[in-house]
Each structure stands twice: as structure tokens, then as C-alpha cells.
Ligand binder design. Sequence first.
Ligand code: ADP
Length: 554
Amino acid sequence: LVSKLTSSGLLKTQGLIDGKWVDAHDGDTIKVLNPATGEVVANVPCMGQSETNDAISSAYDAFRCKKLHTEPTVQFSKMLASMPSEGNDTWMSPLQYDLLISHKEELGQLITLEQGKPLKEAMGEVIYGASFIEFYAEEAKRVYGDIIPATLGDRRLFVLKQQSHEFLQPVGVVGAITPWNFPLAMITRKVGPALACGCTVIVKPSELTPLTALAAAELALQAGIPPGVLNVVMGKASDIGDALLASPEVRKITFTGSTAVGKKLMAGAAGTVKRLSLELGGNAPCIVFDDADLDVAVKGSLAAKFRNSGQTCVCANRIIVQEGIYDKFADAFSKAVQSMQVGDGFSEGVMQGPLINEAAVQKVESFVEDAIFKGAKVLLGGKRHSLGMTFYEPTVISDVTEAMLLSRQTKLEVLVSDWGLIQVYNGACCGLHFLFRSLKYFGLHSVDISSISFWEEVFGPVAPLLRFKTEEEAILMANNTKAGLAAYIFTNNVQRSWRVTEALEYGLVGVNEGLISTEVAPFGGLKQSGLGREGSKYGMDEYLEMIYLLYPDE
Ligand code: ADP
């Protein structure tokens, strides 16, 4: 497969800066592994601050060049002329979408190879990822301003998102930092609107899944994107992040990932007052009422929980079931979970791939151990899969309570120092022990420890079932968290569905449905799940400036 992908020209193993494929300055590399086998798929450059600064300069030059129409280099103006976009300020062309779709298979294979999800799911991600490119290429035609009725009769007030009939008001150079769970879609969801508005971008994909990002960048080059408009760097995450944060030329950071890193980026963006979009952790409740259709509830909860082996921020973390339907639901749900085949994502019929790495499995194990210790019952699974590697059995746990790590936004102590964050998964019971062990391990006796609290999600194929009696109790349980991304409810009572969805403190709510993400709807969280929205017409505003203009009425 690797040699087939290599000969297709899509297995790129260098970073992309100023339209050129480049190595790290010091030649350093990092390995990309196949999580299903542990095999090394490729080595990619381990870049840091200086390569990121190169990428920023090139993105800034490309941005200035187009915005001000000042002396483009010969190569740049030639590329610009070859962009088949329709005469406005966007960097989009129909070819970008077409190339992603026509390489669906290779891109899907790359996703499965480095991320592990089943091939069918990976191909689904390619379609979903490409949909953001198509949607925003079209949306660039629909950026409207506004005319505000003036309070004084001799004035006219305008709001412009365009400089002239053809130029939008892009925010400028954008740093896009993305996670490993959707190696393509989390990038296109950011890069699509950014390019559509005329921003230039530096993408930093996860070091665990850089190959899909590089293949997508290669396709963008094939579609004629000019040098500097799209750059890809990867390697030392915090060094790259620091360079992006420090640069006054980078006007926006858009990030999807953990809450801890999101908070760090938010603090770091203050120095240059950058705009921020943050898609952070969720702790999705999935509420099943007595009056739900059992089959619909099982199917929806299964999809909401086990997509990508439970490794998404909208995965149902807490399945909260009313007491009247609890036993029937637990039984039917467990049967459905049992029928899911686990294995290498390339094998036919597999629905659950491996987890991303060993640390992810250890976290799942510690959450399950904690639940068992505190009285929960394992209905199914509850241990590593016999396939070994990072495979974990699809698991259903009943009698979960809010005191358990599985369900609750537990306060975790975090050690912050020069070498990054150490997360203490098991909370207070082994927190101190872990802390002291870590200090000893790093040979540190006194460090600057700031204790911050955040939450961790199980991020694995474990479905915790919690029981409730009344609607009020369900709403309290669902909202008892610092997160507010996705929620799901299952009921056949229309009044209840409106009442409950309006009481939920969540940015996305699915009623009788477990898969709700689409490019045409706004995706984003309330509370500590983040800032801003991605997808839909609202996602476009995140990359546009808004100018207010006053004219005398003469
Ligand atoms: P996850 O648990 O999903 O891997 P992370 O927040 O650790 O979430 O990673 C999401 C993205 O953020 C990845 O691309 C990762 O390399 C990047 N990242 C991690 N730490 C930093 C940092 N200090 N600065 C900038 N980016 C970071």
C-alpha cells in the first residue's frame, strides 16, 4: 500500500513552505506509525520555530501581494493568473474540490494508515472534508455587508465585509492547528473558509497524522494554489505554536484539540491580540427518555458513541437513561455493541479500529478501573482486545455515577513546566503520587508548578450508562459539566424535545439522531468547549473583518 501511495505521488514526507517541499533545517525527523500494526509508515520533518517563521514570512508575503497588488514575483503572478477562481478575492478553485474527490480512495487509505479508522469511515471523512472546500468556494459569492438605519437623518451607515466589488476583508495570515482524529476534515473546515476569504494559512497538523495533510496540500498545489498561500509545518508542537503566537503577522489562530492546549493558545494569543477560534473538548450527554423509540435510541447512541472508536469531541460520553427503559436499553445497546467487528481498518466489515496510541489505551484503562473501583458494572468488554496493539474491546458499563471519571468533569491537577504538561488521569487518589514520581523522573526538585484544572474525556470505545428518574434530573446531570459542545436526546414527545433542548447548555443538539455534523450547519461549543463556529455561513465570519463606514447624506 505504501509503495502504491508513493507512486500515486500523494505520499509526501516533507513540509510545504512557500510552495516548496522542504525538510527541517537540522534534518531532524519524526516517525509516523500505523496504529493497527505499530509499523513505521514514513518519516516526516521535525520542524520548529525557524521553519515556522519561514512559513509565516511566505504566508505574509502572499497575503500582502494579493491584497495590495504590489509587485508580485514573476512566479507568483503566473500562478495567480492560473488560479481558475471566478475573479474575486478568494484562493479557491473548483479544481481543489474535484481533486480531493477524485483522490478519495488514496486519501481514505492514508487516513486509515496513520489514524486507524475503518476505510469506509475514512472515505466518509474525505467526502465530509471535501464538502467544506466546496461549500466555502460557493459561500465566497455570498459575503454580504449591511446598511444600518441612522439615528440622525443626514448620515448613512454601512457595514462592509468587502473592500470593493471584488475584494473581501480577510483577517490576514492564519495559523491552523489540528488534531489527529480527523486528519483531513479538521483541516479543510478551517482552510476552506480561510482561503475563500483570501487569508493565507500555515497548517500544523498533528504529528501523529501529518500524511493526510501533506497529501491534501499536494492536491492544492496541483489545483494551482500560489506559493505561500498554503503552508504545512509539523514537528515540535509547542515551538511551532509559540512561533505562531509570537508573530504579529499571524492575525488569527484556529485550533481544534484538547482544552488544556486551547487554554494555552488563548493565553499566548493575548500578546499580539490575535483572533481565536477554539474547538475544544466536549462531554456529550446522550439522554434516553422512557418514551423514546428503543431502536432509534440504540442506533443513535451507538453512532454517537462509537464513531471513530469513541475518539471524537462529540462522542456520547454519558448515556443518561430514564429508569423505566434503562434495563431494556442496556440489553439492546449491549447486543448492538457486541455485533461490531474490531480489527485493522483495512479489513472488510471492521467497524472499530485501534486507538491512536498506547497512551490513549492506558487512559481508557484507568477510567474503566476507576469506575469498577467505585461500583460500576461491566456489561461488555472492559479490557484490551485480544488483537493486542492499541485495540480495546467495545465496552458498555452500567451503574455509572457522576463521581466516576467516566462521567464527570473531574478536576485534574496538572503540572506545568518547561517540558510541557503532565496530566494526572486518576484524579486525587493517585495524583500526588504521580506528581512526585514525575518530579523524580525529570530530576526536578523545584519547578514552577501552576495548578490548573481541566477535564479529560475517556476518548475511547467505552459507553457509560447512568440512570435518572425525572426530566429535571436529566437536565441537571447533562449540564453538570464545564463542557458544552454536543448533546443528544431521544424521545417521541415533541413538547419534551423542545423543552429539554432549550434547557441544555450545548452548542449542538441532535434529537433522535446521533450523527449531526454537516458543512452547512454551525459547529461549536458553549462554556469551556470553545469559541466561534465552524462550517455554515457563520463559519465564514471567523475569517473576515468588518468595517463600519459613515457617509454624510448629500
Ligand atoms: P489531542 O489530545 O487531540 O492530541 P492536543 O491538544 O494535544 O489534542 O493536540 C491537538 C493539536 O495541538 C496537535 O496538532 C498538537 O500537536 C498541537 N499542540 C499540542 N501542544 C501544543 C502547543 N503547546 N502549542 C501548539 N500546538 C500544540
